[in-house]
Design a protein around this ligand. Sequence first.
Ligand code: SF4
Ligand code: SF4
Length: 358
Amino acid sequence: MAEETKVVRASAKTLLRRRLRFARTRVRELRMIGKALASTKHPILVHVIPMRRCNLACTYCNEFDDVSNPVPLAEMKTRLDLLAEMGTSIITISGGEPLMHPELDEVIRHIRRRGMIAGMITNGFYLNQERIERLNEAGLEHLQISIDNVAPDDVSKKSLKTLDGRLEMLAEHAVFQVNINSVLGSGVKDPEDALKIAQRAVHLGFTSTVGIIHDNNGQLKPLGEHEQGIFEAVMELGKRSFSRFNDFQHNVARGKEHDWRCRSGSRYLYICEDGLVHWCSQQRGYPGIPLAEYTPEMRHREYFTEKFCAARCTVSCVQQVGILDNWRDPQNLKPMPMTPPATPQTQLVQIGQGRGDS
Ligand code: SF4
Ligand code: SF4
């Protein structure tokens, strides 16, 4: 495509600010790793949802609605304070679409004020120069956009065609790190798209990762030979990024079960818009305890709890966190018994097709 050759240059001032922020974030990440290796008592990564609503409706996604209101800022700050007191290292804001939250900048500022690393996953549709400058000022450190295809289709509008102009704005103005996640797996029409997206990301100076989505039954399914070749090529392109910590994805790509210890509920937490703690985006409903009531003992128990879904899991962010503890403390506890919900639980989502961008 013609845009691939367009040269995008950031100003000298932006480049300097970017280098400084990257260097500071890198130091904070190294500290995060040291702290995680020294102690297992705090969460390493927490996903928070300030806004469940989304402006898009990707057909594979089970993580959005089109009605909910933003979580009030005061409530978000209370949740972030609780997480900071637990010793959390990284907060990733997710959704729905977080950029629809009217006070998102203040949420990011509060994360930084409390000494935690601030990241965000967005579909990117609300980005423009002014919004990028506001995210710079708020102190954002990581941003991830997941792009599903080269041209929009009935499944997803998150395409290179619709987003390329915004990617160029990010290349020109963002002082935070940008990662582009491309997606492979069942339901993706043209696997070549993932490589084109990753090449464009690298061309613009971003890092790139690849996500593998499940089949319609939420089960791991091996990629075909051709898709596997593309997968390896995208992984190679992504060597500068966190994909170098995604070795487990080689098993996922081959449809092989993998042996690891999921520390969700302890080292990784997913806090939904209602402020409840869940194992992850694909196991919502358990443990389903309000964050304010989630004790260190509960986190400790979850640390030692074996997750029945681990062998076939494709949630990459939790697996990256797992690397820091896989070598220690075998898991031999079973999940805590749960009180049946008073009203039929519609929110429990067994592992299925996630948004593929975590
Ligand atoms: S995948 Fe992302 S952009 Fe698509 S509907 Fe889900 S939350 Fe919205
Ligand atoms: S789906 Fe993956 S991340 Fe979620 S609880 Fe199961 S093993 Fe952990």
